[in-house]
Design a protein around this ligand. Structure first.
Ligand SMILES: [Ca+2]
Length: 221
């Protein structure tokens, strides 16, 4: 009788089943092993990349710090420049004694004008006596002629009603309040605490400090 006859029993046995399963498990284990190895390699690569990235970040951080320093230097220089420009510009204004008045045609509150004058290396205009007041009035009249505009001076009674101080906190001793039977100044009491000069006649008016108007700065000359 030859092999393969239908009478022969099938070559199925518990052993070959076991063998199949064993081979299957071994091959799965091997492929898992490979996968783990791959993961390890990947992990190592990521680690290296991360170290490189952190290194670059810290170098960038350093550069940003350097750039920040440079920007600060440039800003400081620009500020200095602006101060010099204020003094130079003032040659277009009116010189009297050791100071120079310059009018600015942009609308600012009293506080805003004070800040702008200081940024330019000056301060708000402080006419300290009749001579300075007359020079200022003449300059303002000529500048705005034939118009009439109110212009901030560096004078206020913010700290104490009726006590008028210059921007540098010294007391005002020479006054040029408008004197008129209908509209004598100051008339704003506690509501109006900042002083403006009117360009046509040079008279002073008290005003709301929040009002926006042109302003006068003064510079050392
Ligand atoms: Ca007042």
């Amino acid at each position: 009788e030859g092999t393969g006859s239908p009478d022969d029993p099938e070559p199925t046995s518990p052993l070959s089943d076991f063998e199949n399963s064993y081979n299957y498990v071994v091959s799965r284990l091997q492929s898992m092993d490979q996968a783990i190895h791959k993961l390890n390699v990947g992990h190592y690569t990521l680690d290296v990349r991360l170290v490189q990235l952190l290194d670059r970040l810290s170098r960038l951080d350093g550069k940003i710090g350097e750039m920040d320093d440079e920007i600060q230097q440039v800003l400081a220089l620009a500020k200095e420049n602006r101060k010099e420009i204020g003094q130079l510009e003032c040659q277009k204004g009116r010189r009297i004694g050791h100071k120079c008045f310059l009018v600015y045609r942009s609308y600012e509150t009293y506080a805003g004008a004070s800040k702008k004058c200081q940024e330019r290396g000056g301060r708000m205009a402080m006419p300290r006596d009749r001579k300075e007041q007359e020079a200022l009035a003449d300059y303002a009249r000529g500048f705005f002629h034939p118009g009439n505009w109110p212009i901030w001076l560096g004078i206020n009674d913010l700290r104490s009603e009726g006590l008028y101080l210059f921007e540098d906190n010294t007391r005002v001793t020479y006054f040029q309040w408008r004197k008129h039977y209908l509209s004598s100044q100051p008339d704003g009491g506690k509501r109006e605490n900042c002083v403006a000069i009117s360009s046509d006649d040079g008279d002073w008016w008290d005003n709301y400090c929040d009002r926006r108007m042109f302003y006068l700065c003064e510079f050392d000359a």
